[in-house]
Every structure is written in structure tokens, then in C-alpha cells.
Design a protein around this ligand. Structure first.
Ligand SMILES: [Zn+2]
Length: 156
């Protein structure tokens, strides 16, 4: 993800990304988003919902210390889908995370257009244009639009 997008998310949702300066993983690098910018808007919208739920949590659980509050631990692409790992997530937060994961299978990870989960040796959610630009188009991958078009042609 572009650095400006990363910075925007970390700055706009301070409670969700409260651990942003903590090394996120074994590579000892601060919090980042391990996915393409096509999912930026999905992550932004999901972050709005999660940040509000965390603010609610803080209001109703004022005695829970900052280190035990729900927050994002990791956000990345995993098997073609958006994976959001939370710490201390409530059931409502888990629901938001699941909804985002499901939605990510319909959004191209690279450009944000309508995409499809495709198997190209590995799993990827991509649109036809990006698949073509990256040289992923081959016999095994057919997009829904094309299937529908082929259908229409046959029906005529
Ligand atoms: Zn695309």
C-alpha cells in the first residue's frame, strides 16, 4: 500500500491503530498494510466502523487499561482475501471484520474496480484489466462478465 494511504489510515483512526509504532511481526517493522491499494477504500470504511466500536468500548469499559483495549494487530492479503487480525475484538467487531473479508472478494486488490476471486496458481481478487496487465489471463481464468457475454452471444 502507498505510504500516503498508510499514513492517512494510521492518523485518522488512532484507537484502532494504537499499536502502529510497535513492531507488527518478526520482521520488526512498524504497522503496515500488506495488500494492494485497491482495497484502500474498503479498509478505510471498515476502519471507520471499528474505530467507532472501539470508542463505544472505551465509553462502556472505562477501567480497561489501554493495553487491553481492542485494536488492529495485522492487516494483509491472505489467500486472495482481506485479512484483519484484531486484538481483544468484541463479537460486533468480529462481524465487521468478516463482512470486510467477504466484500474484499468482489473488489480488485490493485485498482478498486469490481473484481473476482481467482485461482492463478495462488488465490487473488482481481479485475479483468489488472489480470491482463499483469499477464495473468490464461485459459483457466474466466471473468463473470465474460461468461455472461459468452452466454448472451450463444443465446442470440
Ligand atoms: Zn483491477
Amino acid at each position: 500500500m502507498l505510504e500516503c494511504n498508510r499514513k492517512y489510515l494510521l492518523k485518522t483512526f488512532p484507537n484502532l491503530y494504537i499499536n502502529k509504532d510497535e513492531p507488527a511481526d518478526r520482521y520488526n517493522i512498524p504497522f503496515w498494510f500488506e495488500c494492494g491499494d485497491g482495497w484502500f477504500d474498503l479498509i478505510r470504511r471498515t476502519s471507520v466502523e471499528l474505530e467507532l466500536l472501539i470508542l463505544d468500548f472505551i465509553k462502556t469499559n472505562p477501567h480497561v487499561p489501554e493495553t487491553k483495549r481492542p485494536c488492529a494487530k495485522e492487516i494483509k492479503e491472505y489467500r486472495g482475501k482481506l485479512k484483519i487480525v484484531m486484538r481483544f475484538a468484541t463479537p460486533a467487531m468480529k462481524e465487521v471484520v468478516e463482512k470486510a473479508q467477504e466484500e474484499s472478494t468482489h473488489i480488485c486488490e490493485f485498482c478498486g474496480d469490481k473484481g473476482e476471486l481467482q485461482q492463478i496458481g495462488w488465490l487473488i481478487t482481481i479485475c479483468e484489466n489488472c489480470a491482463e496487465a499483469r499477464g495473468y489471463i490464461n485459459k483457466e481464468i474466466v471473468f463473470e462478465d465474460k461468461r455472461t457475454k459468452e452466454h448472451r452471444k450463444r443465446d442470440k
